[in-house]
Design a binder for this molecule. Structure first.
Ligand code: ZN
Length: 262
């Protein structure tokens, strides 16, 4: 079964800004759809202006991996929707957050920090060199020791995120700054990959290595947990071991339910 990937893109810059329209006439989401197609994913494209902001529960329920590109309109996302996406991640849905998605509500929620970083948007951009610092990691498969982007926006440290569970890339910029630009996190039963490159006025999502990293990231965060259990607060009056001490007194009447992995 191929991985069901929902590519979510704000998709407003491409309508509002001539420069972005010129770089991505098919939109950023459209470019990602084309670039990821050869990898055999089952891809769905949704945008902020679609019904239910492009993220109805029915779609999220069957999404294995959600890709997120947003920038200027993070605040429009309804908090209840973020609650639901967070639950889906905690149950095992993979999440790939790109570039300015570092300030997306869902990313900040899952990190628990401001996710602020340093930034500079030079007129013609500046050189970025992404170093693979964990060559054995699945996300680095097929990637050379470094990827060089001739035009990029500087995103630099300090990047206010928790210590990543795995750090795959560190970027260097022409201006001298550095960034932890490829970071993996685990939350509940889900995995998250943050990947820094992707400013809207440079054709970064046409770079074959960048697309390969995103495709590897999709495969890495995809776990397709189909068993449906999450890390609830699991009352276990009956011990796992027969004959071991059990709980018989309850402060409140015991409700049926809770998590019962088979
Ligand atoms: Zn940017």
């Amino acid at each position: 079964m191929s991985v069901k990937v929902t590519v979510w893109n704000e998709c407003r810059h491409e309508q509002e800004d001539e420069e972005v329209k010129r770089v991505y006439p098919e939109t950023i989401g459209g470019c990602l759809m084309d670039g990821l197609a050869p990898y055999g994913f089952d891809l769905t494209l949704r945008t902020l202006d679609d019904d239910e902001q492009g993220l109805p529960r029915s779609l999220l329920d069957e999404t294995h991996v959600l890709i997120w590109w947003g920038h200027r309109y993070h605040g429009e996302l309804a908090d209840e929707r973020i609650d639901y996406i967070q639950q889906r991640v905690l149950q095992g849905m993979g999440l790939v957050v790109l570039h300015s998605g570092h300030h997306a509500k869902i990313f900040k929620r899952l990190m628990g920090t401001s996710c602020n970083l340093a930034w500079r948007e030079a007129d013609q951009g500046e050189r970025e060199r992404l170093w693979v610092i964990q060559p054995s990691h699945p996300i680095a498969e097929g990637i050379p020791p470094y990827i060089e982007l001739p035009q990029s926006e500087m995103y630099g440290e300090p990047f206010d995120i928790p210590e990543p569970d795995e750090l795959v890339f560190t970027s260097w910029y022409q201006g001298g700054e550095v960034l932890r630009s490829g970071c993996c996190f685990k939350r509940g039963r889900g995995r998250i990959f943050y990947f820094g490159p992707g400013h809207e006025t440079f054709p970064i999502y046409r770079d074959a290595n960048i697309l390969r990293v995103i495709a590897n990231g999709i495969n890495y965060v995809n776990q397709a947990h189909g068993d449906g259990w999450s890390l609830d607060n699991w009352g276990r009056p009956e011990p796992a071991e027969p004959g071991a001490p059990r709980q018989t007194r309850f402060k409140r009447p015991r409700k049926p339910g809770g998590v019962k992995p088979e």
